[in-house]
Design a protein around this ligand. Structure first.
Ligand SMILES: *Cc1c(COP(=O)(O)O)cnc(C)c1O
Length: 411
């Protein structure tokens, strides 16, 4: 590789022994035998645990950490996360069901997302979960459903802030948005929530996702606190909970580096005394998906064929975009970039070559690695895509081309 080219951040989460990557202490070829088929996703239980512990150690002590299930809704993963975090955030009745199967108390399960149907709202209210109101219509529905069930709904108000998380992968606040209610509308809805006698827990302000820029995150958090302090007096009681969003990213592409938590933590520590002085003992929660799960997972696929076309080597593998849309570059990327990829059973191989790794789908979009420097691989070898513990299987078009679904294991 040309040494001036940006490189991927080192993929050192999974140890390498005798040339093979190890996941949860199991060597990759042995894990593939145990799973029984490729392709599959493998998630490392110990890495998930360590990640949450390290995050808690880096942040101010009394901050709550919520896991956003949509990042990785595999039930075994959610069960494991439920024992590590303080809340689970769901965005559909299906995710709610997975969350309720864990030992997380229902009032620590938050249901956000636009367009919640009456059926979904009824399920959440009956469960005793926290409903994040995202429109005036949802407020009316929740009030009516609560009365008909004879239950007092527990609600948060989700705000569409008038700012966004800069330099983030996905913007979910600022300007016109389908998420939450515009900050300008919040005072009216807060009064109505009190008039209806709903059990109001607090505010939810989420401004963006996948940011590696600590100062941009700190700035968005500061503006979140400012907005929360400005809105809180419009409610009839102090909020018990402030969900300040998340947005912590992980490095996917060459040249990207891990988020610097220290700066984020210092900013939070500066705000906490003021927030508590003005709002009392309100709890603060961060909601994170990929930051908790993304680096703990890999996608594993086997080389079926090796072809040379007009001088370029293609490794054709048994998995692809139908299992891992994001790694193929088709989940919200403008310019396709490679995820970190390796030959998982040849991690110490000296002989390298420039190859493209493509899947079996009959479309040129089915690319897992484009002209990457990898160990020389043959049919039977195992290709690994790192940073795949979030937005993998569940964020991919599994039905496209009618191949089997990817298996998933927690090791
Ligand atoms: C998707 C989502 C998250 C999680 O985003 P990550 O980038 O995975 O951390 C958090 N909060 C809300 C409201 C979301 O919609």
């Amino acid at each position: 590789m040309n040494s001036t080219k940006p490189r991927h951040a080192p993929q050192s989460h999974f140890p390498v022994r005798e040339g093979c990557l190890h996941i949860g202490g199991v060597s990759l070829p042995r894990l593939a035998q145990r799973v029984g088929a490729t392709p599959f996703y493998a998630y490392d239980r110990a890495l998930l645990t360590t990640r949450v512990k390290e995050l808690r150690a880096a942040l101010p002590a009394d901050l709550r950490i919520h896991y956003s299930i949509k990042a990785n809704p595999m039930p075994a993963v959610v069960q494991h996360m439920a024992g590590l975090v303080d809340g689970l955030d769901v965005a559909s009745a299906g995710e709610l069901r997975v969350a309720l199967d864990t030992n997380m108390p229902a009032q620590c399960i938050s249901f956000a997302g636009p367009g919640k149907t009456d059926a979904e709202l009824s399920q959440a209210i009956a469960a005793g979960a926290l409903v994040h109101l995202e429109s005036a219509r949802e407020l009316e529905s929740v009030n009516r459903i609560g009365q008909s069930l004879g239950l007092r709904p527990q609600v948060m108000l989700r705000i569409n802030p008038d700012f966004e998380l800069k330099s983030s992968g996905m913007k979910m606040g600022g300007g016109p948005k389908q998420f939450g209610v515009d900050a300008e509308q919040a005072p009216l809805l807060l009064r109505r929530i009190a008039d209806y006698g709903l059990d109001w827990h607090g505010l939810h302000i989420f401004s963006g996702s996948q940011s590696l820029n600590a100062s941009a995150i700190a700035e968005a958090q500061s503006r979140t606190f400012e907005l929360a302090l400005q809105l809180a007096p419009h409610a009839r009681q102090a909020p018990r909970l402030l969900n300040i969003g998340g947005g912590f990213g992980i490095p996917y592409f060459a040249g990207e580096t891990a988020l610097d938590l220290q700066l984020v933590s210092e900013n939070l520590a500066r705000w906490l005394p003021r927030v508590h002085a003005e709002l009392g003992s309100t709890a603060l929660a961060l909601e994170l998906g990929r930051y908790l799960a993304g680096e703990a997972g890999i996608y594993v696929t086997r080389v079926i064929d090796r072809k040379v076309s007009r001088g370029q080597v293609f490794l054709i593998v048994d998995g692809g975009m139908h299992h891992h849309l994001a790694a193929s570059g088709n989940l919200g990327q403008v310019i396709r970039k490679n995820y970190p990829v390796a030959v998982g059973n040849k991690m110490e191989e000296q002989a390298q070559e420039c190859v493209s790794v493509v899947g079996p789908l009959c479309t040129p979009l089915d690319v897992l690695a484009e002209r990457m420097e990898l160990a020389v691989a043959e049919p039977g070898d195992l290709i690994v895509v790192f940073q795949s513990g979030a937005y993998g299987a569940s964020a991919s078009p599994a039905g496209f081309l009618s191949h089997p679904k990817a298996l998933e294991v927690l090791v």
